[in-house]
Design a protein around this ligand. Structure first.
Ligand SMILES: Nc1ncnc2c1ncn2[C@@H]1O[C@H](COP(=O)(O)OP(=O)(O)O)[C@@H](O)[C@H]1O
Ligand SMILES: [Mg+2]
Length: 442
């Protein structure tokens, strides 16, 4: 039965019934109202909680948040911005966002609204007018759209650059420290190989010095004999006695020897000079320009010094032609060659047969230099690590593990190539390729 029918019947039944039904209707309407009221209150509470939730997020953000309408008027800010500008949120709302920006950045900011139609702005550095002066920020700006996808404004988030800058500075400092440490390591590897060479050089210097010394002794004795003879001449002794004296003192042979003694001494002094020159070239820290240099000479000096110093006899098979020239810093390439030969000699310490093979040839615009040994070779898992800094299989104090890594850097910088592989017959094989002429870095 419908309510109207019910009401009509009740009216038919008399006025009391009608009132009862009106009251019932009111009761029902009131109950509905109460229910709606409860629902509304629940929704309000939910809304309130959501609002608080978002407010708490916004106020705990350390980044600055600004919401603008599509004309750039501020609609909402967070506490970080209030803090930065020293103004309360309400006083900022309705003002233009650009009023907060330091004038020299206005041009950048003006284009934000147009830019975000295409894509969001990322990491744009600008300064806002802070309570204590300009505050540098890195700004991101994204479009704000309504449900239908129309642009209704923009959301700006700025991260104070103070933090970032601090991080940058720290990063820079660490980088500088690392660079310094690396330079020191490079230098120490150089000193280590120089140290090993010094013993060889000492031997090398000993040779010419000892025969210069011997020659000087001979000259000293000769001078004594010549003085005796000249004294006799001064005293006016007879021709016969002078002749006898000349024979007794073997002066004719002495005169014949004199030239070769002087030549030998000169040669010795020249040799010392050459060695000192080679050493100086190797130990120089900064080299001038790259230029063509005698690679054969570099290879032979390196080989000579290392073999001299080697405690175990090594059979050397060297087929490096005279006068092969390469282009670059001879001192640096010397360091590379020394390391390759030294590594080969080191690898043969425990080998029964110790054969070091060096050859070099010109191939197109390059020189290919190969060092091969009959040593231990390199195990499979180590092959890929040879050029890693600090990778060494040598005991502490004997290897820095930097030789090949530094060599690799030097050779790449020269536009060349450095490869290490194993010989099929055992031992390892190093290939160094260097340009003959100036060439772009590959
Ligand atoms: N000719 C070679 N034969 C065998 N192993 C080699 C050879 N050359 C280099 N290696 C390996 O590469 C490692 C790294 O060499 P390197 O960078 O010159 O450092 P270091 O000589 O100080 O160990 C060596 O410790 C060795 O294990
Ligand atoms: Mg080495």
């Amino acid at each position: 039965m419908t309510h109207d029918k019910h009401l009509a019947t009740s009216l038919d039944n008399g006025p009391e019934d009608a009132w009862v039904s009106v009251i019932q209707k009111m009761d029902e309407a009131y109950a509905d109202l109460v229910r709606y009221q409860v629902e509304v209150e629940e929704k309000n509470l939910e809304l309130e909680e959501n609002k608080q939730f978002f407010d708490s997020i916004q106020s705990s953000m350390s980044d600055v948040l600004i919401v603008c309408d599509h004309s750039g008027y501020i609609q909402r800010v967070n506490r970080a911005l209030e803090f930065l500008t020293g103004s309360v949120g309400e006083s900022l709302i309705g003002t233009r966002f650009t009023d907060l920006v330091e004038s020299r950045f206005l041009q950048k900011v003006d284009s934000f609204l147009n830019q975000i139609r295409i894509q969001p702005v990322r990491d744009c550095e600008l300064e806002l007018k802070g309570v204590d002066g300009p505050v540098p920020l890195s700004m991101n700006c994204s479009p704000r759209k309504n449900r239908r996808g129309r642009l209704v404004g923009m959301v700006l988030i700025g991260r104070p650059l103070g933090e970032l800058q601090k991080a940058y500075i720290e990063l820079n400092n660490t980088h500088a420290e690392l660079k310094l440490a690396q330079e020191r390591l490079v230098q120490s590897e150089k000193m280590a190989s120089l140290g090993r060479l010094v013993a060889g050089v000492a031997h090398e210097l000993n040779n010419p010095i000892s025969f210069v010394y011997g020659n000087m002794h001979a000259l000293q004795r000769y001078t004594a004999r010549l003085s005796l003879y000249f004294d006799a001449i001064n005293e006016g002794q007879s021709r016969e006695s002078l002749k006898a004296m000349r024979e007794a003192l073997r002066l004719d042979k002495l005169i014949r020897d004199l030239n070769s003694l002087v030549d030998g001494t000169m040669e010795g002094a020249d040799r010392v000079k050459e060695i000192v020159n080679d050493l100086r070239q190797f130990s120089s820290t900064q080299e001038s320009e790259k230029k063509r240099f005698d690679l054969t000479h570099v290879i032979r000096t390196a080989l000579h010094w290392i073999i001299k110093e080697s405690k175990h006899p090594v059979e050397v098979r060297e087929t490096v032609p005279d006068g092969l020239f390469a282009f670059g810093h001879s001192g640096q390439i010397h360091q590379v060659v020394v390391n390759l030969i030294q590594n080969a000699v080191d690898a043969m310490i425990d080998s029964h047969e110790k054969i070091l093979t060096l050859n070099a040839e010109q191939v197109a615009g390059t020189i290919e230099f190969r060092v091969s040994d009959t040593g231990s070779g390199v195990s499979g898992e180590n092959l890929s690590r040879l050029f890693d800094p600090f990778f060494t299989t040598k005991p502490v104090g004997q290897g820095t593990g930097l030789g090949l890594s530094i060599s690799y850097g030097i050779v790449s910088e020269h536009g060349g190539k450095l490869e290490i592989s194993n010989n099929p017959t055992g031992g390892a094989h190093a290939l160094l390729v260097l340009p003959i002429e100036e060439s772009p870095v590959v």
